[in-house]
Design a binder for this molecule. Structure first.
Ligand code: NAD
Ligand code: MG
Length: 393
């Protein structure tokens, strides 16, 4: 569709603007000043970057979510027109503000759940990178989302969304959810016992924040993404199949009942799905490099190894049981990944901690954000206990 230059600019709030997705979202906005206006930003602790972004884009509201950084002296350098607030409540006020049309949620972890909920309740477009919102609260969020209101930024889900455009999910036979395989593709369970943080952070195809990079190494990321896809597209978990695609050029595929398979291909550059979530239903020119398929050579496929990557099975169990179990899976994983990143546990301990925490949970129906928050807190405490039982400091 051609760009409509008479249309008002989309007024965007970017939550988690200092992260990997946040920075790439700002780059998309920088390259489309006629279509996009950045009006508000949040950051957790990197206040100097927040201030630099606020000055560049002339924003009206900024939020610092970590109270320990709420009085950083650099915040005095925010533009005079920019109001500053702090904490989770500050983010919720920012999301609901009248001058915001679209919320791009690039916060990491279940800390992003309330903002996603507030954005949908306030009728804003939600460009959602924070997959944990759907893993934890999909039962609450999906009924709130009007058609075209919730646009996935996660590359696979953005790809599936595009493959499904104009088609009915009733005609879907299965979804092929692609996965690079991460840095440890082909390793055995025994090999994985001795991998280091440095090894796990060396992702072969994507440059991302630390938490999702570790999730990509354990394949928990793919497990979380199956649950995310189940909620987004209303497709049963069994029909969402993980497919290793080493080059990360096929971003996912949808196979229809008539045997047709539609794939989404392109560069491994998150600015493509971020931009589509902002431009939809239009398409704008991309800042990303293009793939010359004549130079690409081959595309390789494989099945994941469920024995080596037990997080996949844990996420499958959580997705199948549903209700409050995915919340527990996610919270325990966040605690275990943080411990691994700080070298307080081994790579294979991550799955052990998640499993022990899931085993200890009595599953409930999902009723409210407050209930999910309480279960998230309980699961974090239980996961820390599991870590200490494993002898981790
Ligand atoms: P990141 O660690 O680089 O950035 C996280 C952002 O969240 C930062 O701006 C930080 O200030 C903010 N933040 C951290 N803790 C917070 C808290 N408690 N409350 C509020 N804000 C907080 O992470 P990322 O790689 O940009 O990922 C962000 C989200 O996008 C994650 O949910 C991730 O799974 C998803 N995602 C990322 C990629 C990618 O390529 N990086 C791809 C697909 C999906
Ligand atoms: Mg993804």
């Amino acid at each position: 569709m051609p760009q409509d230059h008479s249309a008002p600019r989309l007024r965007v709030a970017i939550l988690g603007c200092t992260g990997s997705i946040g920075a790439q979202a700002l780059d998309v906005c920088r390259r489309h000043p006629d279509e996009l206006e950045v009006v508000a930003l949040s950051a957790h602790s990197r206040t100097a970057e927040l201030v630099a972004n606020a000055r560049e884009f002339g924003i009206r509201r900024a939020v610092v979510t970590d109270p320990a950084h709420a009085s950083d002296p650099v915040l005095n350098e925010l533009p005079v027109i920019c109001a500053l607030s702090t904490g989770k409540e500050g983010v919720l006020d920012l999301v609901r503000h009248d001058d915001v049309d679209c919320v791009l949620n690039a916060i990491v972890g279940s800390a992003g759940l309330e903002a996603s909920h507030a954005a949908l309740c306030a009728g804003k477009r939600l460009a959602l990178a924070n997959k944990e919102s759907l893993v934890v609260g999909g039962d609450l969020l999906m009924p709130l989302a009007a058609p075209g209101q919730l646009l996935p930024v996660d590359s696979e889900h953005n790809a599936i969304f595009q493959c499904l455009m104009g088609d009915n999910t009733r005609d879907v036979h299965c979804i092929w959810l692609t996965c690079s395989g991460g840095p440890f593709f082909g390793r055995t369970e025994t090999d994985l016992a001795s991998v280091t943080v440095h090894d796990a952070l060396a992702h072969p195809t994507w440059n991302m924040g630390a938490k999702i990079t570790i999730d990509s190494a354990t394949l928990m990321n793919k497990g979380l993404e199956r649950i995310e896809a189940m909620h987004l597209f209303g497709v049963p978990l069994d029909d969402i199949r993980v497919l290793i695609q080493r080059q990360s050029k096929i971003h996912s595929m949808v196979e229809f009942v008539d045997g047709s398979v539609i794939a989404h291909l392109g560069a491994s550059d998150m600015r493509i799905p971020i931009q589509f979530a902002l431009s939809y239903p239009e398409r704008w020119s991309t800042p990303a490099p293009r793939v010359d398929f004549r130079q690409l050579g081959s595309l390789e496929f494989a099945a994941p190894d469920p024995d080596a990557f037990s997080c996949l099975a844990l996420a499958e169990r959580a997705g199948r049981e549903g209700r409050t179990l995915p919340c527990v899976l996610n919270a325990a994983n966040e605690v275990a990944v943080d411990a691994f990143l700080h070298e307080r546990c081994s790579f294979v301990d991550i799955a052990r901690v998640v499993e022990a925490t899931m085993d200890a949970h009595r599953i409930e129906d999902v009723e409210s954000i407050q209930q999910l928050r309480a279960i998230d807190i309980w699961a974090r405490e239980r996961a820390r206990y599991a870590l200490s039982s494993l002898g981790c400091a």
